[in-house]
Design a protein around this ligand. Structure first.
Ligand code: HEC
Length: 103
């Protein structure tokens, strides 16, 4: 019985890991707090606040630069986010943009 509980436990972890990348950005508390008000809950964009991140063609490196230094009306987050958070955000954005664009 104990083993069965453990089995179901690890299955839940696997299912969570296999969740679509869409969810990764939306369920990142940093994204939710800092970015979603301009870029939408799923990175779908906002008509007058920020463009869709699902259609970005920027590379991981360029995305990190935008997050750190800002762009146009977007503030830079250098010094406000840890580099691990910036890396995670950039990776999640690359993932949603791949989801949105068949390639
Ligand atoms: C105040 C609103 C606002 C906030 C908050 C904001 N952004 Fe932006 N973001 C923008 C705007 C506006 C642009 C377009 C800038 C331009 O091209 O002039 C942009 C551009 C971007 C781009 C480049 C997209 C492209 O294809 O050129 C990325 C990536 C991005 N934002 C990610 C983020 C992330 C991650 C966060 C949270 C850490 C965030 N943004 C927070 C408004 C915002």
């Amino acid at each position: 019985m104990k083993n069965l509980t453990r089995l179901f436990g690890s299955m839940a972890v696997l299912v969570a890991m296999a969740a679509p990348a869409f969810g990764a950005l939306a369920s990142d508390p940093v994204y939710d707090k800092q970015c979603s008000k301009c870029h939408g809950k799923y990175g779908e964009g906002h008509p007058d606040r920020g463009p869709s991140l699902q259609t970005t063609t920027l590379s991981m490196e360029d995305i990190k630069n935008v997050i750190l230094n800002g762009k146009g009306k977007m503030p830079g987050y250098n010094g406000r986010l840890m580099s691990s958070q910036v890396d995670a955000l950039a990776g999640e954005i690359v993932d949603v943009s791949k989801n949105a664009q068949p390639h």
